[in-house]
Design a protein around this ligand. Structure first.
Ligand code: HPA
Length: 272
């Protein structure tokens, strides 16, 4: 079955389950899922009930859509996502984005936990993603192109919406939430990087490293969905602070910055 037909089936299921046309989508990264509690009149739909939908094996991810209202806007949040390192195909990793497009979604905020490479960053910082480096060694659009989604060779010269980034910078200043702006490099994981890899990433211009987001951003650009990317710097990358990196630290930091993260997301949605 072609991907666009699968996505259509999943979208139909969601529509029957009470999900309307979303104005804004939010993908919530590791430890950042609680934002969904802010959504009013929420309808929750577990991924496992949705036809063709991949279900995450990562424990810190809940695995459901939450649809509802925030400041009078229809918001569709994803509590949890699947990653390439879990063994899913790229088609599975980007499937949720394709379903969102079928629901008519125009704009998407993609969040993640990332390691800080830039030495001026510190644990707990937020970084607006200005651009990315795809270091996955693959691309989610490899395979026959389904014209229903977009063209064969999509442009990626402004993958992250510049106007939305400027708007986010203004919101950050007004809400006194300090925001960095930098380049995200995507690796497959699941092992964290070596210090030598991080030194290389620093040299090629990366500010933060993570194991998600880039496939989804490529798929969103393919389909003409506007993207804002936000990384939470949950730890400094390997070798930067000469200490071990643990997934516990990643989750701990994400929890610690949660109030500011929620405040930021709410303002972004309010002003959109
Ligand atoms: N490396 C890769 N992915 C990550 C990291 C990291 O240091 N922290 C959170 N996600």
């Amino acid at each position: 079955m072609e991907e666009h037909l699968k996505a259509q089936e999943a979208a139909h299921y969601l529509e029957k389950a009470g999900i309307g046309k979303p104005k804004i989508g939010v993908i919530l990264g590791s430890g950042l899922g609680n934002f969904a509690d802010e959504i009013e009149d929420a309808v929750e739909i577990p991924y496992k009930e949705i036809p063709h939908f991949p279900v995450s094996t990562v424990q810190s991810h809940k695995g459901q859509f939450v649809f509802g209202n925030l400041f009078g806007k229809a918001v569709l949040a994803m509590q949890g996502r699947v990653h390439y390192y879990e063994g899913y195909t790229m088609n599975q990793v980007i499937f949720p984005i394709r379903v969102m497009q079928k629901l008519g979604l125009p704009s998407l905020i993609i969040t993640n936990a990332a390691g800080g490479i830039n030495r001026h960053y510190k644990t707990g910082d937020f970084m607006l993603i200005a651009d990315h480096i795809n270091y996955l060694g693959t691309n989610p659009l490899i395979g026959s192109n389904e014209q229903e989604f977009g063209e064969r060779f999509p442009d990626m010269s402004s993958a992250y919406d510049q106007q939305w980034i400027s708007e986010a910078e203004r919101i950050g200043r007004e809400s006194e939430i300090s925001l960095r702006k930098g380049i995200y490099i995507a690796v497959t994981g699941p092992s964290f990087e070596t210090p030598a890899e991080i030194r290389m990433f620093e040299k090629i211009g990366a500010d933060a490293v993570g194991m998600s987001t880039v496939p989804e951003v490529i798929a969103a650009n393919h389909m003409g969905i506007e993207v804002l990317g936000i990384s939470c710097i949950t730890n400094m990358a390997a070798g930067v602070l000469h200490q071990k990196i643990t997934s516990e630290e990643v989750i701990e930091t994400a929890k610690r910055v949660r109030p500011d993260f929620i405040r930021l997301l709410k303002s972004l949605i309010k002003e959109k």
